[in-house]
Design a protein around this ligand. Structure first.
Ligand code: F6P
Length: 350
C-alpha cells in the first residue's frame, strides 16, 4: 500500500512523534510505502502535489521535537471551489495514494470526511492543545500546553505578590476551557474563567477585593473564549476562506479594562499565545502520540478507513471520522475538576 501522511491545522507538540510512529509502524509492521504531504491539505491543492519522502531515516531522531517536519496550514480549504476539489482528486490519483493519515483537529477531521467525495480515504489522528476533539478524552499536545501555561502562572505569581497586583493570564483553547481549567488548577489561580461559564464582572470584583484585604494579590486564568454574561466573544481576526475563520485572542486585555476601575490594586494582563503551542512535547505526550501513530497504522493495515484514533477510558480505540467532524468537546459545567476547584475556593466568575 502507498500511504500519505499530513499534518493539518495549528501545530502542536507531539506531531513529530505521531509522524515517526505511524511511519515506522507502516514500514516495519505493514510493509507499506509512506509519503509525506507538505503543509497539510494545501500540499494536495496545487497543480503539482508537494510531497516529502518518509523513510525510516527521515523519521529517526524526531520523537522529542516540537512542530512538524511536514509543515502545516490552517487556512487551506480544499473544498473552497469545485476546481480545487477536482485538483485534489487528480493529485491523490497521480500520487497513487491508497489512504492518507490526516493528523489534525476538528477542522482537519471535517475536511478528511468531506474528501471522500473525490475518492480520498483517510484515517484520522486527533491533535490539539485545546483538547476539544469529540469522543477523545485527551489529545497529545494538551499535556505540554498545560505544563507551559502552569509555569507561566507560577512565574506571574511572584511578580503579582511583589507588586500587590491582580494578574490576568490568558490561555488558548478556543471555545473549550480545558487548558484554562487544568492550568488554572495546577498554577494555583484564584479565579478561573472558562468559555463554558459566562462571567459576572461583579463576582470577579468582589473576589479581588476580598483578596486585596488578605493576600494583596490575585491570579486570574482566563480561556480566550470566555465572555461576560450577556457580552460578546473577543475576536482577534476573521480569516476569509479558512475552514476555521474566527480567530480568538485578547479577552485578557478586555477583562483588565473592565476590572481596573473597580479596584485599588493595579491590574495587568499577559496573553500566553503561541508559547503554549511551541516547544518539545512532555514524556506523556510523546507516549500518547506514539500510541496514536501506531494505532493509525494498524487501522490502515486492517483496512479500517474513515476512522479516527481515540483515547477513551484510558484505552486506545477508534470512531468514525463522521462522528467527530464539525463537533467540539467542551467542559461540562458540572465536571469533577470544576467541583474540586470550587470546593477549594476557586472563583469561576459566576
Ligand atoms: O491550536 C489551537 C489553537 O491553539 C487555539 O487555541 C487558538 O485559538 C488557535 O489555535 C490559534 O491559531 P492560529 O492563530 O494559528 O490560527
Amino acid at each position: 500500500m502507498r500511504v500519505g501522511v499530513l499534518t493539518g491545522g495549528g501545530d502542536c507538540p507531539g506531531l513529530n512523534a505521531v509522524i515517526r510512529a505511524v511511519t515506522k509502524s507502516l514500514i516495519h509492521h505493514g510493509h507499506c510505502e509512506v509519503l509525506g504531504i507538505a503543509d497539510g491539505f494545501e500540499g494536495l491543492m496545487g497543480q503539482t502535489p508537494r510531497t516529502l519522502p518518509l523513510a525510516w531515516t527521515q523519521v529517526s531522531g524526531i520523537l522529542h521535537m516540537g512542530g512538524t517536519i511536514l509543515g502545516t496550514s490552517n487556512s487551506a480549504n480544499p473544498l473552497k471551489d469545485e476546481a480545487t476539489l477536482a485538483q485534489v482528486g487528480r493529485n491523490v490519483r497521480a500520487l497513487g495514494l491508497d489512504v492518507v493519515v490526516a493528523i489534525g483537529g476538528d477542522g482537519t477531521m471535517s475536511l478528511a470526511h468531506s474528501l471522500r467525495q473525490v475518492g480520498l480515504a483517510c484515517v484520522g489522528v486527533p491533535k490539539t492543545i485545546d483538547n476539544d476533539i469529540a469522543l477523545c478524552e485527551r489529545s497529545f499536545g494538551f499535556d505540554t500546553a498545560v505544563a507551559t501555561a502552569t509555569e507561566a502562572l507560577h512565574r506571574v505569581e511572584s511578580t503579582a505578590n511583589s507588586h500587590h497586583r491582580v494578574m490576568i493570564v490568558e490561555t488558548m483553547g478556543r471555545h473549550a476551557g480545558w487548558l484554562a481549567l487544568e492550568a488554572g488548577i495546577a498554577g494555583a489561580a484564584d479565579i478561573i474563567l472558562l468559555p463554558e461559564i459566562d462571567y459576572d464582572l461583579q463576582a470577579i470584583v468582589q473576589r479581588c477585593r476580598e483578596r486585596e484585604q488578605r493576600q494583596r494579590y490575585t491570579i486570574i486564568c482566563i480561556g480566550e473564549g470566555a465572555k461576560p454574561r450577556g457580552g460578546a466573544l473577543t475576536v482577534r481576526e476573521h480569516v476569509a476562506g479558512s475552514p476555521d475563520p474566527v480567530r480568538l485572542g485578547g479577552v485578557g486585555h478586555v477583562l483588565r479594562q473592565q476590572l481596573q476601575p473597580h479596584l485599588k490594586s493595579e491590574v495587568r494582563a499577559t496573553v500566553l499565545g503561541y508559547v503554549q503551542r511551541g516547544g518539545d512535547p512532555t514524556p506523556f505526550d510523546r507516549v500518547l502520540a506514539t500510541r496514536f501513530g501506531h494505532h493509525a497504522a494498524q487501522l490502515v493495515i486492517d483496512g479500517q478507513l474513515g476512522r479516527m484514533v481515540t483515547l477513551q477510558n484510558g484505552g486506545i480505540g477508534s470512531v468514525e471520522i463522521a462522528q467527530v467532524a464539525n463537533t467540539q468537546r467542551t467542559v461540562p459545567p458540572g465536571h469533577e475538576l470544576i467541583t474540586v476547584a470550587r470546593d477549594i475556593g476557586v472563583c469561576f466568575g459566576d
